[in-house]
Write a protein that binds this ligand. Structure first.
Ligand code: PAF
Length: 308
């Protein structure tokens, strides 16, 4: 099996770093700076303070890559349309693109270009932070679950490959409950850490912040129930706070985006709850407010007052 990873950000780099010794892999990324760094010095991954470098081919040009069986899509939501075009060029006939991205709506963007039979979804809890072009820090090897659709055999092959590479992985026939479970955790953590500019742990340790997590999560759970989703979380608020505690020192991906001045995934996370809420007649005023605040943060980035 030949795999291409679309996106050499935090998640794509960590996956590529692990898979490279066990399978043929290429990283495809829109940023020449990332690709140049990976090709010049290898992909460098830090774990528990130790840095290891691995040589992995990287390119900005999908036409230069031999056709692959699987494309793992790990870009941020803002680049999903580019990832769909890139996957269309990379995949063999019968090849499948799996989205490992946060939030809702990415699979639909990929499906519009590739067709639903060539798009799968996976949910990952791998923790990673991009330190710079070609440099990534692994925070934790949480499990990755591949959806059984559209190809059970490819899903099993991917899970096997991940496990051989030291990354816990499995296959699920009910991925939707995991997708929504992760969405709800992201709804509770990402926007609030970006607005408050705190590491994840502050949401669990500061009661005033935990109360805001509760409001965001309770609205999202009401929307999930109205959508008929059986959530994989028994107590969504407690489990969201437990993830915040377990990743206490991490900066959420949305806080990292805001600090870099990059577009965030607010539309596919809290925005998805607002959209689904409207469709199903469930009010989501707190998530609407979070969306407006994060959009204002994105838009005012150039005007931000510098720390003395
Ligand atoms: O997006 C993220 O940062 C992560 O999914 C999570 C779980 C919130 C941890 O930082």
């Amino acid at each position: 099996m030949k795999i291409a990873i679309i996106g050499a950000g935090a998640l794509g780099s960590v996956i590529g770093f692990h898979l490279a010794p066990v399978i043929s892999i290429t990283l495809v990324d829109p940023w020449a700076e990332h690709v140049g760094a990976i090709n010049a010095t290898g992909l460098r991954c830090t774990y528990n303070g130790d840095e290891t470098s691995r040589s992995i081919p990287a390119t900005t040009d999908p036409a230069s890559v031999e056709p692959v069986d699987v494309a793992l899509v790990t870009v941020k939501a803002a680049q999903t349309a580019w990832a769909a075009e890139t996957a269309a060029q990379l995949l063999k006939p019968g090849g499948v693109a799996y989205t490992l991205q946060n939030g809702l709506g990415n699979a639909e963007v990929l499906s519009r270009r590739l067709g639903t039979l060539r798009v799968g979804q996976a949910v990952t809890t791998l923790g990673a932070t991009l330190l710079g072009p070609g440099r990534v820090r692994l925070a934790g090897r949480g499990p990755t679950t591949f959806g059984a659709a559209p190809s059970l055999s490819i899903a099993y092959a991917l899970a096997d490959t991940f496990r051989t590479a030291g990354l816990p992985a499995g296959v699920s026939t009910d991925l939707n409950s995991l997708v929504w479970g992760k969405l709800i955790v992201n709804v509770g953590i990402n926007a609030l850490t970006a607005i408050l500019r705190v590491p994840n742990g502050a949401l669990a340790s500061v009661p005033a912040a935990s109360a805001l997590v509760r409001q965001a999560v309770e609205e999202a759970v009401a929307v999930a129930r109205a959508a008929g989703i059986t959530l994989a979380l028994a107590d969504p608020v407690a489990e969201t706070l437990a993830v915040a505690q377990a990743t206490a020192a991490n900066r959420s991906s949305m806080l990292q985006d805001i600090l870099r001045g990059a577009p965030t995934e607010i539309d596919t996370i809290n925005g998805a709850i607002v959209r689904e809420g409207r469709r199903l007649g469930v009010p989501t005023p707190f998530n609407e407010l979070l969306c407006d605040l994060v959009k204002a943060l994105e838009a005012t980035a150039p005007l931000r007052v510098q720390e003395p």
